[in-house]
Design a protein around this ligand. Structure first.
Ligand code: TXA
Ligand code: MG
Length: 358
């Protein structure tokens, strides 16, 4: 299949291309598109065969459900049994935006889209290209992140081309995404709302909007939990670069010293070494073969924005080991560390006792 790539911006939509994307989706084809979080790989959410094609293009296990993207609150009714009161409040506070809510699904949503579950994940993205496409497609686009399963989510159209060229009908290049990490997922099907995946919308923001405690799924807090995570996708090793990645926690001085010692030892063995660090520390690692700074330690938004692109970059320059500093878990830092820990297969070395504020 030849994949057509079309470029546009949110400020200047290419209406003809949007119409074409809508036609492709309604006919059961696939179109990748930008959202404010990461690029999505879209198919018509109400056609089971479209969802099957999404799983095939990603090489994703079909028990891992997709998020249904909508462009209008009025469209949510049709795909759920009942909209919970809490969903109305959260939609009011955070939609359109980087929040996905899990609700009981109605009959019209095929099991292929929900990976066999009776619940459906729903998000209204903020990106104007995404919203126009959803409208053109008839209102419901199922879209996982547009990466090959297991690779870091795409934050630039070129990442999507790397993974999806020749496998889907069309890619819409809308430039770099704004946030760079996938949406927060909150499950509203139980008595208590539970965060299944941390993201830009933090636990504190959800608690504040609902005026009640919002818990974090236990498997996110405890990497060694034997329990299966409630978001099936969270159980897979994810975002993983090809080289072995180890994270070092502790105070910055001890961490940099430890990483430098390891680099020296690895270089003597002839290994190529990469380092993930910050603007404040990058000058310490001159001996490494590839030094990638996520930005300033204090700028968590910049870290979120650069993390996936950096992980992809390491695959292109063939380093055999990667050492990464740990970052603050405050605010969106919780989502950053969640993704980084998954990328490292939870391989963490505690150099000194963790200090939350560094
Ligand atoms: O920001 C995002 O959410 C991006 C953009 C494209 O919108 N999409 C995204 O989709 O990250 P994906 O498929 O890569 O991640 C969806 C996650 C998976 O971990 C999946 O298991 C979980 O959502 N999920 C989907 N439906 C679910 C459901 N009914 N119950 C529990 N978890 C669900
Ligand atoms: Mg994904």
């Amino acid at each position: 299949m030849v994949t057509k790539v079309v470029t546009m911006t949110e400020e200047k939509l290419d209406e003809a291309a949007i119409e074409e994307a809508g036609r492709i989706l309604r006919a059961g084809g696939l179109v990748a598109f930008p959202t404010e979080t990461v690029y999505g790989l879209g198919g018509d959410a109400l056609q089971g065969t479209s969802s099957q094609k999404i799983y095939a293009a990603k090489g994703r296990p079909s028990d891992n459900p997709l998020i249904v993207h909508v462009c209008d609150m009025k469209d949510v009714d049709y795909i759920v049994k009942k909209i919970p009161e809490s969903a109305l409040k959260l939609a009011e506070a955070f939609w359109p935006g980087p929040l996905t809510m899990i609700m009981e699904k109605s009959e019209v949503v095929p099991k292929e889209t929900t990976g066999g579950l009776d619940t459906v994940a729903i998000r209204m993205p903020e990106n104007k290209i995404a919203l126009a496409m959803i409208r053109a497609a008839g209102g419901y686009i199922a879209a996982p992140s547009a990466n090959t399963s297991g690779r870091p989510s795409p934050t630039k159209a070129e990442h999507v081309v790397e993974d999806m060229d020749g496998k889907i009908e069309m890619i819409i290049d809308g430039g770099d995404v704004g946030i760079g990490l996938e949406s927060t997922i909150v499950d509203l099907t139980e008595e208590e709302p539970i965060i299944l995946r941390p993201g830009y919308i933090t636990q504190e923001m959800l608690t504040e909007a609902l005026k009640r405690d919002v818990a974090m799924d236990k498997t996110i807090l405890d990497a060694n939990s034997k329990q299966a995570p409630k978001a099936p996708g969270m159980k897979y090793r994810h975002y993983a670069p090809k080289a072995d990645l180890t994270i070092f926690t502790g105070n910055t001085e001890d961490v940099t010293r430890q990483i430098c010692a390891l680099i020296d030892a690895d270089k003597k063995k002839g290994k190529k070494v990469g380092v993930i660090c910050t603007d404040e520390t990058k000058s310490f690692y001159q001996q490494a073969d590839l030094i990638e700074s996520v930005g300033s330690r204090t700028d968590t938004k910049a870290i979120a924005h650069s993390l996936f692109a950096i992980l992809r970059d390491f695959d292109k320059k063939d380093v055999s080991v990667i050492y990464s500093e740990a970052f603050s878990k405050k605010g969106i830092g919780q989502a950053i560390m969640n993704r980084l820990l998954k990328a490292a297969g939870h391989h963490v070395i505690e150099v000194t006792q963790i200090e939350e504020e560094r």
